[in-house]
Design a protein around this ligand. Sequence first.
Ligand SMILES: Nc1nc2c(c(=O)[nH]1)N[C@H]1C(S)=C(S)[C@@H](COP(=O)(O)OP(=O)(O)OC[C@H]3O[C@@H](n4cnc5c(=O)[nH]c(N)nc54)[C@H](O)[C@@H]3O)O[C@H]1N2
Ligand SMILES: Nc1nc2c(c(=O)[nH]1)N[C@H]1C(S)=C(S)[C@@H](COP(=O)(O)OP(=O)(O)OC[C@H]3O[C@@H](n4cnc5c(=O)[nH]c(N)nc54)[C@H](O)[C@@H]3O)O[C@H]1N2
Ligand code: SF4
Ligand SMILES: [Mo]
Length: 800
Amino acid sequence: MDKNFFEQIAEKTLKRRTFLKWSGAVTAPLLVGSAVTSKSLVPKVLAKSEKNDVEEVVIPTCSTLNCGGKCLIKAHVKDGQIVRISTDNDERDENADNEQFPQIRACLRGRGYRKHVYSPHRIKKPLKRVGKRGEGKFEEISWEEAIKIIAKENNRIKEKYGPASRFSLYATGQTGTVGSGDTVIQRLLSCDGGFLGRYSNYSSGQHGAATPYTFGTSSAGNSCRPLLDSKLIILHGMNPAETIIGHFNMYLRMAKAKGAKIYTIDPRKTDTNVAFADDWFPVKPTTDNALVAAMAYVMFTENLHDQDFLDKFCVGHDEEHMPEGVPAGESYRSYVMGETDGVPKTPEWAAKITGLPANRIIKLAREVATTKPMAWVQGNGINRHMNGEQMSRGGSMIAALTGNIGISGGWAGPNFPSGKLIKHQDFPIPENPLGISIPVFKYTDAIVRGTEMGAEDGVKGLEEGQKLPSNIKMIFNMAGNCLVNQHSDINETTKILEDESLCEFIVTSDIYMTPSVKYSDIILPTCTFFEQNDFVPPWSFGQHIFLSQKVVEPLYGSKTEYEWMTMLAKELGIEQEFTEGRTQDDWVKWMIEESKTKDPDFPSYEEMQKNGVYKYKDNHIVNFKEQIEDFENNPFETPSGKIELFSKQLWDMDKKETIPAIPKHVAVAEGPESSVTNKYPLQVFGWHVKRRCHSTWETSEWMEEVQTQELWINPIDAKKRKINEGDKIKVFNERGTTIIPAKVTSRVMPGVICMPQGGWHTPNDKGVDERGVINVLTGLDASPFHCNPQHTNLAQVEKA
Ligand SMILES: Nc1nc2c(c(=O)[nH]1)N[C@H]1C(S)=C(S)[C@@H](COP(=O)(O)OP(=O)(O)OC[C@H]3O[C@@H](n4cnc5c(=O)[nH]c(N)nc54)[C@H](O)[C@@H]3O)O[C@H]1N2
Ligand SMILES: Nc1nc2c(c(=O)[nH]1)N[C@H]1C(S)=C(S)[C@@H](COP(=O)(O)OP(=O)(O)OC[C@H]3O[C@@H](n4cnc5c(=O)[nH]c(N)nc54)[C@H](O)[C@@H]3O)O[C@H]1N2
Ligand code: SF4
Ligand SMILES: [Mo]
């Protein structure tokens, strides 16, 4: 590679000798067991920054963490070390903070990135397991040794069980392109005869699976900018003030300044509610479709719905607009009016189920129906449920009833318009020659009973009646904590992983010794985004793309995933197919050059080095605008060509109890109407919090100051159990127990408790978690379309 921007800077400022001196000093301690402790590192780095005799250079880069942000990070580098982080402050006219180009500012975690890259908890050497799996005993080995072991195990397992016994686990610690181990390992395994693939994700699985039944496509939302035309914005199970959903927050702020009203529908009074909203409509988890049905009842009985819109663009809203071959009484209107089951879905009916008083439901229904444009925006919080597919379709029902689809300021349904904003070249992954994939959430099932799994388990790519050729025998876990911590039912999952006769070999590359890392056989210390070049597209609503630039040399001799996988490819005899003769930096350049052929305005590599980012001009995307403005020439991509409020495909599946053809309220086994409440009366879930991205930042003491692990419990539920603020309490169900301090607050509704998701599993000698980790309480059963229902749980609490 030519001398790049970084290298030029490095020449000018990097005092390599001093860098090597301290990085050498901290590689010395031997890691055996758990986290590395080299407490001297952070103070040393900070002390260096106080020296003023070296020039400070600012290098733009971008985080590759999976927070939805992808923000512009400016690393201030002195003497080869990052001494400060600043962010987007571009004030040139076209890039100033405006409707066209809001600045891409770092969040609180982003300002604390030095604790990420210079964390004393970083893994420093390749490690080999020496004790039982999960025991946490390891010894240091060299990179060469590690690669040899992985190659040998890979060949043995491939030979013995076939290539489909090898699996790349869902992992989001690095979500760039060539810098993402999860992406690059799939390229390597494709070149090596194929692997067991995966589809879906832990984030929006139910949304992704259900939305095509309504609209024919898996995304139905708009880009952020059209929100500026909304008069009323409903955030339904969405908390962008904490989840920093890209620019969403910035546009929310601008919409509010323009006079939009903002409401949240959420069991919790969220930070978003506190920061932006005019009102809070608390509903019990999993009951949102009862609210939707009662709102429809108000609209139908008061004639507030948009009948013309429904008649022209939809099927299934009333008996006059039903598909062929369906008996009478199955339309949404018939359901709402109780014409078939004798139960009218009145506000009083819904109040009992949701916990939201009837008069509030009536007020919301009237306001939503009479304020236009109205954006009913669905977050992922409503989809990560056992009836998440249903709830996902329910939100679109309100958009259809009120005719808020295909117009600027309205909003049709879940998921942002992926692919419509970004025209760029991705890192190429050759097609998996095996063509088989499992839903991500069923990875533990595929370890235990893979050869019994077929289409009914959501396996794709098999012939009719066929099952998977092998159980999972080898796992590549590249920057992920879903092996243990972020998956469900940690106690059961770790039991499965501890049995070394089931999954025989687990390779993890990571930067920290997480609970998942401890269940690995070989551990490889990799780099943060500060230590490598990568080309980084945003999440689907993002309006920008980055060159994530290398800012410092890889610490402790760690290697990027592409680097060590190139060593592995060589060992496996597939180096040329894998690399095509390119280094990581060559791929980055290639992707940028290729992107230019797709978008002539795309900056050159050199321009990207200077600014770090390319912000797209065309960012006003309204999904289904073409359909609504010219329906005859642009039908929806559904079988009927219309919005399918009643889905004949779902009807034909004949799973009326779990996924009926219309978005009815479906009570779940662990919901407020369940008999399990006799034993476990409280609904419990974990929300995504500002101090962490999932489990990342767990070890940052700065973030511990921002937010501690505590359980939100309503004063009514606390009083019944004599629980006071700060008391240590036990939260438990059949699957596990966790201990956590209580925060007694009316910011969570009665009957519901919740805790920040992503704490690190910390079992004591009795196996009881002491860090308030939600996933000891969650289960391994999947939702109807095989997705993770991690927000649907019941539990009990008592003083510890
Ligand atoms: N109960 C419950 N469980 C959930 C969820 C929930 O809401 N409730 N949410 C689910 C969702 S939506 C998701 S997306 C998953 C996310 O689950 P994961 O994909 O596991 O995400 P993280 O927990 O952030 O783990 C990322 C891993 O990458 C590592 N890492 C961080 N930074 C870097 C880096 O710079 N370089 C490298 N090489 N590694 C790095 C971290 O140490 C960590 O091991 O969790 C799911 N689990
Ligand atoms: N700071 C931070 N930002 C993140 C992440 C992170 O871990 N930390 N993770 C990123 C990722 S990968 C993802 S997928 C997204 C996740 O984004 P979301 O899935 O939207 O986040 P959650 O916190 O799970 O849920 C959002 C809200 O839904 C509410 N909720 C839960 N159940 C229900 C229900 O049944 N009905 C209703 N009405 N509301 C409900 C919760 O109380 C919460 O306030 O965030 C991204 N951004
Ligand atoms: S953690 Fe996410 S939101 Fe925060 S600065 Fe980094 S990329 Fe942006
Ligand atoms: Mo996610």
